[in-house]
Ligand binder design. Structure first.
Ligand SMILES: Cc1cc2nc3c(=O)[nH]c(=O)nc-3n(C[C@H](O)[C@H](O)[C@H](O)COP(=O)(O)OP(=O)(O)OC[C@H]3O[C@@H](n4cnc5c(N)ncnc54)[C@H](O)[C@@H]3O)c2cc1C
Length: 474
């Protein structure tokens, strides 16, 4: 029997459970997939938006600006890569310059600080690789970049260290409320809880239906990306956006926190909420969109492509409400959901408290991570000591990112550890380098199979059904 059950371990659920774990509560996170951050949280632009996009008065506008202000401290506390590098919205003609004025005014109304419109000369001084056709830009100094899945992982690790429980591969299939308690049926059995939080991403409409909430739907909108090698990471220093149109924010060009260059996303409504495939047409759209804004980028340095699915709400705004007494929806969390998540968590806790959840602050709340420091991040003395203690630290498995066997064994065996190849990748960056796992993936499969005591054929790439090997050939 739990005080609170949180459905979904994306960035929304992760921020909520971490916030809840500051109080004397018995909490469980119910996650349908094999890992933390397997939904939209693993495949997005990683931008901490300034907050001039969303219409004034909406939850998106309010929580974006509040969330943005919380980011720097949160990432420092959790030791997660974050950079306040600022963003630029580029205008190419007078019409677009007028749109920049509208965005500036909206941003000021939303409470965004550090916003200004700059002319062509100032823009090209800041970013010499912007197209010569640019006329000016909206400069938002408070925008930044973060590693979204690393943040979600470290939030969950922190919650775990403070007593929160997690169950994976447990898809919620039904919820019944009786005598003030929720019986949550999952593919791994039933869980009973006094309070429920719905943070189920693209499936939040289905969970809301199970809770008997007012009807809304989630429209899946896919966005595709190209990721370029670190050799292109310095083409721009800031996040570069097109001037938005009715269709959305357009294609951005941004450095990542690990020094790569990201191009994307496009936006297309799709049928299947779980379809994260990429298409030739879509990637062409991304490349053309990016080329409009920047010059001198070497597109031969694209090392991978991927896509993520936005949970677009039929209401047009985040849905953070009470579908039935004792339950809270955090639904329709599309962009700027990553930015807003820390502020969404505060709002969800306020709603839970209003619903009767007692919040007694823990005196022994612990900050910290479960995952030990990676070998590459150690100083020389630490490296020497690590190899002396465990020889596997002396064996490099991922050559591109310099990840050792010792790191991988830790990432698998620690609480909330990796169970899949992508799980290892998200925790350590093994397979994220130039060769994209060409060299290390077979070795990572071998190590996972050995440590998890299962046949290599059973090792998955990311989630159920994503088999890598089909069987022995000899
Ligand atoms: C292409 C793209 C670009 C974006 N760029 C940005 C950006 O730059 N900045 C920004 O602020 N935001 C951005 N966003 C939005 C941001 O990524 C999302 O708002 C955020 O990741 C949503 O997190 P979440 O936890 O709500 O959902 P998710 O990360 O999708 O997590 C939901 C979780 O619920 C689980 N789940 C679903 N159904 C069930 C069930 N029945 N039972 C149990 N578990 C279940 C899923 O497995 C999943 O792990 C972008 C989104 C996309 C797709």
């Amino acid at each position: 029997m739990y005080d609170v059950a949180v459905i979904g371990a994306g960035i929304t659920g992760a921020c909520i459970v971490r916030e809840l774990s500051k109080y004397d509560l018995k909490i469980i996170v119910i996650e349908g997939s094999y890992d933390i951050a397997n939904g939209a949280t693993k495949a997005n632009s990683g931008i901490v938006h300034a907050g001039y996009d969303a219409k004034e008065g909406t939850l998106k506008a309010k929580l974006n600006v509040l969330g943005n202000r919380m980011y720097e401290d949160l990432c420092r506390e959790l030791n997660v890569p974050y950079k306040n590098n600022g963003s630029l919205v580029i205008a190419f003609n007078d019409e677009e310059m007028k749109t920049l004025e509208l965005l500036l005014n909206r941003g000021l109304k939303n409470g965004v600080e550090g916003l200004e419109i700059i002319d062509k000369n100032t823009l090209l001084n800041l970013e010499p690789n912007i197209s010569d056709r640019a006329k000016g830009a909206l400069y938002a100094k408070s925008a930044g970049i973060v590693s979204p899945y690393e943040l979600a992982l470290s939030l969950c690790e922190s919650a775990y260290l403070n007593g929160a429980e997690f169950i994976f591969d447990a898809k919620v299939t039904n919820i019944i409320k009786e005598k003030g308690k929720f019986t949550i049926s999952t593919s791994k059995g039933q869980i009973i809880s006094n309070f429920v939080v719905n943070a189920a991403g693209v499936n939040a409409d289905e969970i809301n239906k199970m809770l008997g909430g007012e009807k809304f739907s989630i429209i899946p909108r896919r966005g595709e990306y190209c990721l370029l090698d670190k050799s292109q990471g310095n083409i721009v220093n800031r996040i570069i956006f097109n001037t938005p149109t009715e269709k959305g924010k357009g294609i951005l060009v941004s450095p990542t926190t690990h020094g790569n260059l990201l191009l994307g996303p496009n936006a297309h409504v799709i049928e299947d909420k779980l379809d994260v495939s990429t298409t030739g047409f879509g990637l062409e759209e991304v490349i053309e969109g990016a080329k409009k804004n920047i010059k001198n980028v070497n597109l031969r340095e694209i090392i991978t492509s991927f896509s993520g699915v936005r949970a677009t709400p039929s209401t047009g705004d985040f849905i953070i409400d009470v579908p039935t007494r004792g339950a809270v929806n955090a639904a329709g969390i599309e962009s700027p959901g990553l930015t807003s998540a820390p502020a969404i968590a505060i709002m969800v806790l306020e709603l839970l408290h209003k619903e009767g959840l007692t919040l007694n602050f823990k005196s022994d709340f612990k900050n910290g991570r479960i995952l030990p420091k990676r070998f590459i991040d150690m100083n020389d003395e630490e490296k020497k000591a690590a190899i002396e203690k465990d020889k596997r630290y002396g064996k490099i498995i991922c050559r591109c990112e310099q990840i050792t066997e010792g790191d991988i064994v830790n990432a698998i065996n620690c609480p909330l550890g990796a169970k899949t190849v992508d799980g290892v990748k998200k925790r350590l960056r093994a397979g994220m380098g130039r060769c994209q796992g060409g060299f290390c993936m077979p070795r990572v499969v071998e190590i996972l199979s050995r440590e998890l005591k299962t046949e290599p054929e059973n090792i998955l790439k990311a989630d159920s059904g994503s088999y890598i090997l089909t069987g022995k050939t000899k």
